[in-house]
Write a protein that binds this ligand. Structure first.
Ligand code: ZN
Length: 146
């Protein structure tokens, strides 16, 4: 695949997730919750975390509105949270933050981040990084409160 093929594929992943929002709709029984806003773009998210019997984070659910980058990022995040110990999630958040701060110099760890590596290109646009980070910051905050 050429790099422009990859770019197109990534764009498609983002568009698909912005439209088909995984994890959308807040579920009851959250162990913790966080609301975050990105005033520069107008993005808003409320994110709930749900635990399984072992106390691992079973899933997240979220609601909000904003640009396609923040929406796709929340949907992609929902896909990679599945029965995970807190330290694994912390590692995923750190890996995503590193990717967003990379200014396009790294591709992202697909093993940790799954399809969320499709957002790698956002790191070249300083004004959009907050959009992509918003759901991850919400997860980090919700974990801190849990
Ligand atoms: Zn935005």
């Amino acid at each position: 695949m050429t790099s422009s093929d990859l770019q197109n594929l990534y764009q498609q992943v983002i568009l698909d997730h912005a439209k088909q929002k995984h994890g959308y709709g807040l579920h009851d029984g959250a162990v913790s919750s966080s609301r975050q806003v990105n005033p520069t773009c107008g993005d808003e998210i409320t994110l709930n975390i749900h635990a399984n019997v072992d106390g691992e984070v079973q899933s997240i659910s979220w609601e909000g509105h904003g640009c396609s980058i923040s929406t796709a990022s929340a949907s992609l995040l929902a896909d990679i949270v599945s029965d995970e110990p807190r330290e694994v999630l912390t590692a995923k958040i750190a890996a995503f933050r590193e990717l967003m701060q990379s200014k396009g110099t790294i591709d992202g760890d697909e093993e940790l981040l799954g399809d969320a590596v499709a957002l790698a290109g956002v790191s070249r646009y300083v004004t959009r990084i907050k959009c992509a980070m918003l759901p991850w910051v919400a997860l980090e905050d919700a974990l801190a409160r849990a």
